[in-house]
Design a protein around this ligand. Structure first.
Ligand code: SAH
Ligand code: MG
Length: 198
């Protein structure tokens, strides 16, 4: 049974690699799953499901955890539906096929995991903080964006990438200056920001 689950996880990772789907790095998901358990997180709102990898890993790590996750790309959403069924996690993972900036989500979550369009992080944060429980956490992935965030502008090959990196830096400042949250930036995986509501 355990080995079967491991093989299924390997298959998802292989699919992600082959189809260039940017799933969270091993170090990042290890941190996140440990964090969930340590902080006794009961429910998670995830922005950016892709094919369900991070949601599945979180659900497997914490047996009573419930996850609501939003994805706007139909192909990925359908792949996520399939994967979550394979793991029989339909009762704990709710998939929402929608643009996260347009849909409205009810309820409160102990943890919000932002892992969608990297230029939109401030918008996701501002839209969804109303769904954060008292002293909940907002964790954001890809704060280093493959090491590009620490590079000089002239070292970044394309205009689009430069614009994206600028957005990530703006988000970083937005978090640092946000009086309602205590923020830590961790050099784990592709860089994680952990914001705790005070
Ligand atoms: N969390 C996943 C990876 C997500 S990749 C994992 O680690 O396994 C980012 C995903 O966010 C992409 O599939 C992209 O389609 C989706 N996305 C980007 N902007 C979005 C938006 N505004 N609403 C919903 N999904 C979005
Ligand atoms: Mg990511």
């Amino acid at each position: 049974m355990v080995t079967n689950v491991e093989a299924m996880i390997r298959d998802i990772k292989k699919y992600a690699l082959e189809n260039k789907i940017p799933i969270i790095q091993d170090e990042g998901i290890d941190f996140l799953t440990t964090f969930l358990i340590q902080k006794q997180i009961k429910n998670v709102l995830e922005i950016g499901t892709a094919i369900g990898y991070s949601a599945i890993m979180m659900a497997l790590a914490s047996p009573n955890l419930k996850i609501t996750t939003i994805e706007r790309d139909e192909t990925r959403y359908l792949e996520a539906v399939k994967n979550i069924k394979k793991f029989q996690l339909e009762d704990r993972i709710t998939l929402i096929f929608h643009d996260a900036l347009e849909v409205n989500i009810e309820g409160e979550f102990d943890l919000i995991f932002i892992d969608a369009a990297k230029g939109q992080n401030i918008h996701f944060f501002e839209k969804y903080e109303k769904n954060l429980s008292k002293s909940g956490y907002i964790i954001t992935d890809n704060m280093n964006f493959h090491g590009l965030v620490e590079k000089e502008e002239n070292e970044i090959p394309s205009r689009n990438l430069r614009a994206l990196v600028r957005k990530i830096k703006e988000y970083r400042e937005f978090l640092e200056n946000n009086q309602n949250y205590q923020v830590e930036f961790l050099n784990i995986g592709d860089g994680l920001a952990v914001a705790r509501k005070e």
